[in-house]
Design a protein around this ligand. Sequence first.
Ligand code: HSE
Length: 312
Amino acid sequence: MKKIKDVTAIGPASSANLGSGFDCFAIALDNLYDTVKITKSENPGITIKNLGLKTGIPNDPKKHTGGIVAINIIKEFNLQGINMIVKKGVTPGKGLGSSAATAAAVTVGMNKLFSLKLTDEEKLKFAASGEVASAGISHADNVAGSLFGGFVVINSSTCEDIVSFSPPKNLHVCIGIPKVKSVAKKTGKARKLIPSKVKFTDSVSNVSYAAMMVAGFSTGNKRLIGKSMNDNIVEPARFSTIPNYYKLKSELLKIGALGVTISGAGPSVISFLDAKTSIPKIKQCFKKQFKSAGYDSSVILTKIGKGAHVIN
Ligand code: HSE
């Protein structure tokens, strides 16, 4: 087998939680991704060059999501050094799994470059280790979405079980991104808003929503998927960080969105639509409702996509 010197991998953006699946549900987003080129180096250690969006992400591997993943893989398998070029396509701080996109691309890239034959659980563990750089803890939902694609369910306590479902046909994803001031370590701060104790009745409703979301994806029932995008625990704790959130949600549902919730830790808001929903009306609604709270916004239309992969 010919030895390869470099690989290029892409890692898609993702949207985590989808309502009640805090830390255990995510989807990969189509057509929005980071690209990472990894080259074997004669010298030990890691160098990183950041290209693409101007993100202010540091080049220091110890402070860089992809760098941390690479450090951990190199250490575990006693590998030689690498040079990495990271082209950011996913803007950080928007609740779209920007750091996970890089972490997933680095994981699958190194797996291929060094023929590591990592299991899915090992890939998840290494990619999640990179989340420490942005979230302060290694939550694994975004990296699961980015790594495996589709709608992914993981056991957040053990990270040992990973199940990915293909999306039903014509399930569109429309995401509104308000131009709020970016907050350093936003995910870590948003996690501090979540109560440490919850009401039993709220936990019962959340279990029902989560179970029905999985049932919706496993039977391809778009209406059930949308109806299950609800959450009585995290959404009420975080809604105030998103401009006009509940009004926006109710207006989007009125004009035909199947379901609406906060994307990851926000501030983006994700909606699922089907072929009957008017996409222009949904886009206009996002813009109008964010604007009425004083914020410009951008809106992206996408689908649930495939996971991170090597492109050459
Ligand atoms: N489950 C994580 C959170 C996702 O909501 O804190 C962050 O994108």
